[in-house]
Design a protein around this ligand. Sequence first.
Ligand code: ADP
Ligand code: MG
Length: 323
Amino acid sequence: MELPPEVREKIAAGEVIERPLSVVKELLENSLDAGAKRVSVALSQGGKTSITVEDDGSGIPFEDLPLALTRHATSKIRSVDDLYGIRSLGFRGEALASICAVSRLEIRSRRMDQELGGLIIAEGGEIVLHERVPHPVGTVVKVEELFFNLPARRKFLKSPSAEVRRISQLLQEMSLVNFHRRIQLSSDGRRVFESPGFESPRDAARHLWGCDPKEGFMDHQGLSCHLLWSGSGEGRGNLCFFVNGRRIHDPSLRAAIQGASGTLGGDWVVFLVVPPEEVDVNVHPTKSEVRFKRPRDVFSLVHRGALSVIGGGLGLDGPPGQP
Ligand code: ADP
Ligand code: MG
C-alpha cells in the first residue's frame, strides 16, 4: 500500500532528525550559511523541552518563511549540476521541513532590506501563524516539544546531560573551523560553552585544548590540508575532520592519522580544502560522510601532513622530554 503523506513525512523527518543534537547541527549550519558572526544556542532539558538558535545572519524575507518550511525548498542550489559544486553546508532544503514535522517550531527573522521582520509558527508540519513582527536583523529558531507526535522516539531520547555533552562537543568542534565567529551554548540558563571568536584556528584550538597546538600545512595538486595536534599525552585522542568547513566522519582519514601518529595519541583537527566539484557531499542523510574524487591523494596528503606535524612537534632531536 502507499503510505499516507503524514506517515511519509515523519519517516523522511526521522532520517535527518534523530535527536536534539541533529536539530542543533542543522540550525547551526543554517546560521553559518547565513553568514552569522554570532550564533547562540540555548537548550532546556537537553533540548527535549526547547532548543533555541539565534543568529545575526542575513535573515529570511517575510514572504519566504512558509517556503523555508517546505521540503526540498532551498535558496542554496538551483539545479542538479549545483550538487557537484556545493559551497554551503545545507543544500537539500530538508532540515526545517523535517524539524517542523516533528515539533512545534517558531521562526522570527528579518532581513536587512526589510523594515519589519516576520514570525511563523508551525505545529507538526502545519502552519498556524504567519505575521509581520518587529525583529532585529537575523534569525531566531525555536523548537519545542521535539517528537511530541512520535512518542516512541521521544521516549527513547538520551538523558538531558548526555545530550548537552554531545551538543557541547559539536559546538566546540564547529568553533575550530568557525574560529572567527562567536559561538555560545547555554543549558537551562547556565553557560556551558563559549568561543568568543579568534584570529586563527590555532588560537581557537589553544582555547579549547588548554595547550599550544603543533601546526602543519600540506598542499598537493589543488588539495590542501591544515593540521593541528595537541601533542603527545594531551587531549583524549579525538580526531576531527573538516572538508570545506563541513565536519565529516571518514574511517580512511582516521587511519591516515593513526598510521602516522602510532601510539603518540593526542587530539587532532584536520581542515581539508578540496575543490567543491571533487567532493560529493550528497551520500548520507546527515551529510556527515563524503566521497572524494581522488581518495588516495587525500589520504596521502593527510598522512604526510600528520608526519610533518609530528616531526616538527617532536623536534629533530627525538621524542619530547629529551634534551
Ligand atoms: P537548506 O539549508 O538545505 O537550504 P533548510 O531546511 O535547512 O534547507 O533551510 C531552508 C531555507 O531556509 C534555507 O535555504 C535558507 O534560505 C532559509 N534559512 C533557514 N535558516 C536560516 C537562517 N538561520 N538564516 C537565514 N536563512 C535561513
Ligand atoms: Mg539547512
